[in-house]
Design a protein around this ligand. Structure first.
Ligand SMILES: NC(=O)C1=CN([C@@H]2O[C@H](COP(=O)(O)OP(=O)(O)OC[C@H]3O[C@@H](n4cnc5c(N)ncnc54)[C@H](OP(=O)(O)O)[C@@H]3O)[C@@H](O)[C@H]2O)C=CC1
Ligand SMILES: CC(C)(CO)C(=O)C(=O)O
Length: 298
């Protein structure tokens, strides 16, 4: 199949590389430095059991996706509308679009721009870019796709490419579960630039994480989202599973990049305000990360 990746960063390059290894024709849309590096040397995929170059095409603009049947949309949440508008004129009428992003509203925001359904996807992976065209996998990789006319067919295609994928009518709750994990870890890890294992050794941090989770659960349940009953235990368990991990927000700030915080704790704060639910812990974490972003931009 002809497959396009809109936003060739860590997630887009990782899944694009696996699909290319499975024999699909993959075109990455990325920034000029990535395009130059892929065209010069190919895309390097480094993961357990494989370290090598994968044959993909790379282009700097979405006009290169005119012929694709499947698009993996993998930009950060703040770029969803702009990248969606750039993609729109080049999208084939029947092409299936998957949003592989954190946050809970990217697929809806993208669908509004594209004027067609977008399949929300919960992404459980740890991956980063170790160089301009070098993607490194650190763990997991499983995807939960929302239901849709093509979701089962696409999940089959993903599984055939060694990507664990399921389709779930509970995708909204799964997106919220992931959002709550992000709200608990991302900002605190970013503010102190510490790994999850270190974070949870500090009792006051565990208390703040519990407050953040309680506020987010109150917001979610007010929207009738069936958040897992054991969400706090699941949140706390992540630190043992990924003790050395720094959050993506920590990594963004360390690189002087804007983070997705407006779509993580910021989402809880906005929704809480609309619902009349107090969210002081999420508000404080949002403020701290915004302050660091402002300092970096000054
Ligand atoms: N990395 C991970 O392990 C995980 C990430 N996620 C989520 O997946 C999503 C993607 O994350 P990730 O891959 O890490 O992010 P990256 O920043 O690594 O990748 C996004 C890439 O898209 C590029 N981009 C943005 N807009 C355009 C455009 N219009 N045209 C071409 N390129 C564009 C960005 O360039 P630039 O930086 O210059 O803007 C960047 O290179 C996020 O929502 C993230 O939270 C979820 C689970 C795990
Ligand atoms: C799950 C988690 C918290 C793993 O680092 C993540 O999604 C992120 O860093 O954004």
């Amino acid at each position: 199949m002809n497959i396009g990746v809109m936003g060739a960063g860590a997630v887009g390059c990782f899944y694009g590389a696996l699909l290319a290894r499975a024999g699909h024709a993959v075109t990455l849309v990325g920034r000029p430095a990535l395009v130059r590096a892929v065209r010069a040397d190919g895309l390097r995929l480094e993961m357990r059991g494989f370290d090598g170059t994968v044959a993909v095409d790379a282009v700097a603009g979405p006009e290169g996706l005119a012929g694709v049947d499947l698009v993996l949309f993998c930009v950060k949440s703040a770029d969803t509308e702009e990248a969606g508008r750039a993609l729109l004129p080049h999208l084939k009428p029947g092409a299936v679009v998957l949003a592989l992003q954190n946050g809970v509203d990217n697929a809806d925001r993208l669908a509004a721009v594209l004027g067609r359904p977008v399949v929300p996807v919960v992404v459980y992976v740890a991956t980063d870019m170790a160089g301009a065209a070098h993607v490194r996998h650190h763990g997991r990789g499983d995807l939960i796709l929302g239901p849709g006319a093509d979701s089962e067919r696409v999940a089959d295609l993903l599984r055939a490419a060694a990507i664990p994928a399921t389709v779930s009518a509970g995708v909204t709750a799964a997106l919220w579960d992931k959002l709550i994990i992000n709200c608990a870890y991302n900002a605190l890890s970013a503010v102190a630039q510490v790994s999850y294992g270190t974070m949870v050794t500090v009792p006051a941090v565990r208390d703040v994480m519990a407050d953040v989770v309680a506020e987010a659960v109150a917001v979610a349940r007010a929207w009738d989202i069936a958040v897992a009953d054991d969400i706090l235990e699941r949140v706390m368990a992540l630190a043992a599973a990924m003790p050395n991990q720094l959050s993506s927000t920590a990594q963004d700030l360390a690189r002087g990049k804007a983070s997705e915080i407006d779509y993580l704790n910021g989402h809880i704060v906005r929704q809480g305000a609309a619902l009349g639910i107090a969210t002081p812990a999420n508000r404080a974490l949002l403020a701290m990360v915004k302050l660091l972003e402002a300092k970096a931009a000054a």
